[in-house]
Design a binder for this molecule. Structure first.
Ligand code: HSE
Length: 299
């Protein structure tokens, strides 16, 4: 039996739309074994209906895709999924499912595919690389699609840098959050984002994580998405007031993520909670660090 652990992820990091991402210290696990029967899927934890039906199961579809690419027929499957990552909240649940399937299938295929192969395949399935790359590599990642391949660079983030996530009690699909984005953006907004994203990456490479946190302003996606997320402005204001270096949308939202240091994390979490509460939305908060390991096969 193969057991895979995949971290939650937060994409965009403010200015790095579809490019930057980070792996976070909470995880989905999946056990998979080949059987002589049909496909059986057991799910515990987060359990949306579409993840329980073996006929339309993202992990099963992903396993099938890898076997197909390997030109190998698979047997039956028994999957046991323990999902901690909430669904449709901007914390990479679909990427975690895709990466679980690819890692499980690759282990069953005696590691026929390299990490770069798996990143390329995962990006094709997900549509953009900014969640799947940190889910696979861990750390803070920069990714860029180039024709049919994906270039990526990983940078580890020290444990002293803490992320507070506030996960509101409603779902927002990535499709809906992408549908509100404009087709074209003003040049000055593009330059604004380009300068912050470049500085953010430079700061990470210099291990200046205070500057890294400061460079998370964005004009390309958040302003268009905030109307879909009641309380977002107040969550950001409260998080900064409580000592966060920055507070941005996690991926396409609706989760908000604030970056800072451990000593301020309780106050930041409380401020974020009150920001959502002012819009009559309840939320769960978690204090996390960056997972620098990425997806692993557990012993
Ligand atoms: N970069 C993506 C977006 C992440 O913001 O739409 C969500 O999957």
């Amino acid at each position: 039996m193969i057991k895979v652990q995949v971290p939650a992820t937060s994409a965009n990091m403010g200015p790095g739309f579809d490019t930057l991402g980070v792996a976070l210290s909470f995880y989905n696990t999946m056990e998979v074994e080949e059987t002589d029967k049909d496909v059986v899927v057991e799910v515990s934890g987060e359990k949306p209906q579409m993840l329980v039906n073996p006929k339309h199961h993202l992990i099963v579809e992903t396993i099938d895709k890898l076997f197909q690419l390997a030109g190998t027929e698979r047997k039956g499957l028994h999957l046991t999924c323990d999902n901690a990552i909430p669904f449709a909240r901007g914390l990479g649940s679909s990427s975690a499912a895709i990466v679980s399937g690819l890692y499980g299938a690759n282990a069953l295929l005696q590691n026929a595919f390299s990490e770069a192969d798996l990143i390329k395949i995962a990006t094709e399935i997900e549509g953009h690389p900014d969640n799947v790359v940190p889910a696979i590599c861990g750390g803070f990642t920069v990714a860029c699609q180039e024709d049919s391949s994906v270039r990526y660079v990983k940078c580890s983030v020290p444990k002293q840098i803490v992320a507070v996530v506030a996960i509101p009690d409603f779902k927002l699909s990535t499709a809906k959050a992408r549908a509100v984005l404009p087709q074209d953006v003003p040049m000055k907004d593009a330059v604004f984002n380009m300068s912050r994203a470049a500085m953010l990456v430079a700061a990470a490479l210099q291990q200046d994580f205070h500057l890294w946190g400061k460079m998370m302003e964005d004009k390309l996606h958040q302003p268009y998405r905030f109307p879909l997320i009641p309380g977002a402005d107040e969550v950001i204001a409260n998080a900064k007031e409580a000592g966060a270096i920055s507070c941005v949308l996690s991926g396409a939202g609706p989760t908000m993520i604030a970056w800072g240091t451990e000593d301020k994390s309780c106050a930041v979490a409380e401020g974020m909670k009150q920001g959502f509460a002012a819009a009559e939305i309840s939320c769960e908060t978690m204090v996390l660090t960056v997972d620098n390991q990425g997806a692993v096969i557990l012993p």
